[in-house]
Design a protein around this ligand. Structure first.
Ligand SMILES: Nc1ncnc2c1ncn2[C@@H]1O[C@H](COP(=O)(O)OP(=O)(O)OP(=O)(O)O)[C@@H](O)[C@H]1O
Ligand SMILES: [Mg+2]
Length: 327
């Protein structure tokens, strides 16, 4: 397994109290696999990713438990120096907002080239050639002519391609893309997503794709991990989850996707609000919003049950996964 996150816990110490952002996340990604991580705003998707990358704000953040195994090695046990090496060469992250992630006063060629100068000790001239090669690879037209231009001279979609190029520069084994297309137009979103998926396959990388857009996921992901209040509530291959979710929260998410074949129908929305992370409800965190909740859901935290009826491995943190699956 390329990456295995085990029982990860992260909290933030704030003036108002301790926000329990990640409460026992388990997920894994293999080489060549795409794992989509879904969930409402505040469910802990980015914090988990930041912990994996080793870029969590500490303080106020604190990792209070768990393991992050990368190629079998627990990253949480590495010294910062070693950690930095892994982060530079073996894993890379793509963020939503390219404009604020790129340096405005350096040309894109200089920024891409820097990766090779710093990590590979290349000459500036060779690094520039590499930059052009990368820009070609992410299909930026006229790369040779544009390599000297600055980030603001590119469109949003092209800037996102530059971000992808940066992430790919050192041929990492794992890429984490945190809402990589959210800031783009719908058509450009699709192009960038297709490009990312294609490169991922070509280079046989593991890809963690964070999104709250279930529509995007269907085409590109192999597996889905659904997060709620800092936990994985359902984990399954994409096609299985679309066929029948085994958690009421996943069902709610699926029912709230607009569908072309049901034009005019009112969109379903999950009732209520995401939980306050300073005071997560006892029992199942989703119980106050759950249409299926029973007494046990208000008292007992559901473990991540194995969905035993499934022909492929999948799991659900719902006491009533069976009813949900058949409901
Ligand atoms: N720097 C921080 N300081 C304090 N609390 C934080 C910080 N970063 C995250 N949190 C807490 O962690 C929670 C989870 O944040 P996270 O960014 O992982 O959510 P998310 O699932 O990525 O949401 P979104 O879809 O909006 O990006 C937040 O609601 C917040 O309470
Ligand atoms: Mg986020």
């Amino acid at each position: 397994m390329l990456l295995e996150v085990r029982d990860l816990h992260v909290e933030f110490h704030t003036r108002d109290g301790v926000a329990k952002a990640v409460n026992g996340v388990d997920y894994s990604v293999d080489a060549g696999e795409t794992l989509a991580v879904l969930g409402e705003s505040g469910s802990g998707k980015s914090v988990t990713a930041q912990a994996v990358m080793g870029i969590l704000d500490m303080p106020p953040g604190k990792i209070t438990g768990g393991e992050i195994l990368f190629q079998g090695q627990d990253l949480l046990k590495l010294k910062e120096e070693e950690r930095r090496k892994v982060r530079g060469a073996k894993m890379a992250m793509i963020f939503q907002d390219a404009l604020s992630s790129l340096n405005p006063v350096l040309s894109v060629g200089e920024q891409l080239g820097e990766m090779f100068v710093v990590h590979k000790g290349m000459s500036k001239k060779d690094a520039r050639a590499k930059a052009v090669e990368l820009m070609d690879r992410v299909r930026i037209p006229a790369a040779k002519e544009r390599v000297g231009q600055y980030p603001h001279q590119f469109s949003g979609g092209m800037r996102q391609r530059i971000m992808i190029a940066m992430a790919l520069a050192l041929e990492p084994e794992l890429i984490i893309a945190d809402e990589p297309t959210t800031a783009l137009d719908v058509t450009v979103q699709a192009q960038v997503m297709d490009l990312l998926a294609e490169l991922q396959r070509e280079l046989n990388m593991g890809l963690i794709l964070i999104t709250h857009d279930l529509g995007v996921v269907a085409d590109v992901a192999d597996n889905i991990a659904v997060m709620y209040a800092g936990r994985i509530v359902e984990r399954a291959p994409v096609h299985e989850i679309y066929k029948a979710p085994a958690h009421p929260y996943t069902r709610g998410l699926l029912d709230s996707i607009p569908r072309l074949d049901q034009k005019g129908q009112e969109l379903y929305a999950i009732k209520g609000l995401p939980p306050n992370l300073l005071a997560i409800p006892p029992g199942c965190a989703f119980n106050p919003r759950c249409p299926m909740a029973q007494d046990v859901c208000r008292t007992d935290v559901p473990p991540l049950y194995e969905v035993t009826e499934s022909p492929v491995p999948r799991s659900s943190a719902c006491h009533f996964w069976k009813e949900c699956l058949h409901g």
